[in-house]
Structures are given as C-alpha cells and as structure tokens.
Design a protein around this ligand. Structure first.
Ligand SMILES: [Fe+2]
Length: 272
C-alpha cells in the first residue's frame, strides 16, 4: 500500500504566475504526472491543504480538472488559503463531518485516513474546534484499522518563527485525543512547505514539502515570512502488515544519471 501526500498546490490557473513568478499550474501538473508514473504504482493520494491560493471557485474547478488525471483515488483537506464553500463544491464529500466542517473518514485498502478541517476563513492560523475534536475521538474509536490523521496545520512548533506565528491553536486538545488511539500510524500535515518530523502523542507527526514553492529554512527569530524555489516534492507513505508505516520524502525533477555503487570504494582525488 503506497500513499502519496501532496501538499500546498496554491493552485492558480494556467497562464497565471503566483507572486509573478511561480507557475503553480505547471507544478501541479508535474506533481500529478510524477505520481502517475511512479513505480510501484501509487494506491492513493492525500492532499494536505492550501489547494488553491486565493479561494476562487473557478480555480477549484480548474484544479479538479487537473487532479482528474490522477490514476489513484485521492482525497483533499482544507488549508488556510482555502475557502470551504467552493472547495466542497469542487471536491464533494458524502456528508460534512460536523458543524459544516470539511472532515471525513475514508478507507483506502488497508489504510484508513481521517481528514480534518483546520480552516478559520481569512486567517493563517488553524483551529479544529471542540465539536470536530469530539467527532475525531468517536471516528477513531470506530475502528482499530491502521489510520493516518491528516490536517493542514502541524500540531507542534516547528522552530521556523514566522510559520509558528500561525499555529494550530488547539494542538494540545488534539494531542490528548490522538494519544488515546494507538492505531494512529502517523499525523500528516502541510502548511510549512518543508519536511519536518516530531514525536507526537505516542505516534509521529510530520509535514510534507510543497509541490511548487518552499518555505525558507530559517531557525532564527526572523519574523518575515519568505518563500524559496527549493525542489518541490511529496511524502510517500508505504504500509505493509510486516513493516508498518515507513515514510519517505521524494523530490520531483531530474537530478542527473543514476550511477551504480562501485565495488571499488577508493576516493578518487579531484583531477585524478
Ligand atoms: Fe501553503
């Protein structure tokens, strides 16, 4: 069972460049293509929020069109850049989990994924809220199947000061619920546009890279948010009954020819 985690498309339609220079349409098409060509085949795709940049209904429709090329079944969750109404219209779920939130639980072969909604419209921070947390507790109690819990805002401080300014406000209440359910294999987040892992509630929590632009690697007290065009990529979560969940980061793009390991491991001097 192989699950790709794509994140933070910040989609805008073909011909529009985000910030004047990021071709997010081409980046999203490239991500879909990468997933489709991957060997072994990818069985499911989870998109961890910030599907579009500006919340436009037309952008959601155009994104749904791009994602319709995915060969694997996929599911999405909200991010702080999303707007719930048009998102739900483009990516309908059978019924809103609770309080009109875009949350859902779905089985992808052996793995169950619970998608949560941290969106507080118009704000960059995230909140689950007591009713959605109660729903999560009940949904996790329904089944002991290996489960991934997906939410946009990571439930931990990352050390990147300008991103920690927009946290998950009820991370502690979320932690207390996840801790009760030992079958949660991992908590998957986006938002940070970088790969970060942290021990969390008896499981592991991680954030994935963006499929287009990345957040600058900065562990100082700098408060000014900045993007950078480091390589785009995704997380690949492989699960088997024997290994449990093993998560990889993978980068899109061409990094040159593959070279075999040599039987002769001697260091060759430069120019030698
Ligand atoms: Fe984002």
């Amino acid at each position: 069972m192989l699950i790709a985690q794509l994140s933070d498309f910040h989609y805008r339609p073909k011909g529009v460049r985000l910030f004047g220079y990021v071709d997010v349409h081409a980046a999203t098409v490239a991500a879909v293509d990468w997933v489709n060509r991957h060997q072994p085949l990818i069985d499911a795709v989870i998109v961890t929020g910030d599907l579009v940049n500006d919340g436009d209904a037309d952008d959601y429709a155009a994104l749904a069109d791009v994602l319709s090329a995915l060969r694997a079944p996929y599911a999405v969750i909200t991010g702080n850049h999303d707007v719930r109404g048009p998102l739900a219209e483009a990516f309908p779920i059978p019924d809103a989990g609770v309080d009109g939130k875009y949350c859902w639980a779905r089985e992808f072969e052996a793995i169950r994924i619970v998608g949560l909604d941290t969106l507080v419209e118009g704000q960059a921070l995230g909140t689950l809220g007591p009713s959605q947390l109660g729903w999560l507790d009940a949904v996790l109690a329904e089944s002991s199947q290996p489960t991934l819990v997906a939410l946009h805002h990571p439930p931990f401080m990352t050390g990147i000061t300008f991103m920690d300014a927009f946290p998950l406000t009820d991370a502690e209440a979320f932690r207390a619920i996840v801790e009760k359910h030992g079958h949660v294999e991992a908590v998957l987040a986006g938002h940070i546009h970088r790969v970060i892992h942290r021990r969390f509630a008896g499981t592991i929590a991680m954030t994935g890279p963006g499929t287009a632009h990345q957040v600058v690697m900065d562990l100082t007290a700098e408060t000014k948010p900045r993007w950078v065009m480091e390589p785009a990529g995704c997380l690949l979560h492989q699960w088997t009954p024997q290994t449990g969940l093993v998560s990889h980061a993978a980068w899109f793009g061409d990094y040159g020819a593959q070279a075999p390991f040599h039987s002769d491991h001697r260091t060759v001097p430069i120019g030698g």
